[in-house]
Design a protein around this ligand. Structure first.
Ligand SMILES: [Zn+2]
Ligand SMILES: [Zn+2]
Length: 77
């Protein structure tokens, strides 16, 4: 049994997610996303795909990156 570190749900199907510096325990992907996924620097949505990065900021898509002046970024097809 493991307890989700986001919502404290004690769930037998909880899973671990290992990041570069820590191991997290979650009961659902939604909780995992809430804790780990970066948010877009422009529209604040959760980035669940690869996203884009510029100057330490994450963006969900090239459109958002361009809105913030990062005209060099394009979507990875
Ligand atoms: Zn949870
Ligand atoms: Zn965005």
């Amino acid at each position: 049994m493991a307890v989700c570190e986001v919502c404290n749900n004690d769930y037998e199907m909880a899973f671990e997610v290992r990041t570069a510096d820590a191991t997290h325990i979650f009961d659902s992907l939604e909780c995992a996303a809430q804790r780990i996924a970066p948010t877009c620097g422009n529209c604040q949505c959760r980035i669940l795909g690869h996203g884009l990065q510029a100057d330490g900021q994450f963006f969900c898509c090239a459109h958002c990156a361009r809105q913030r002046g990062h005209t060099e970024l394009v979507d990875h097809a």
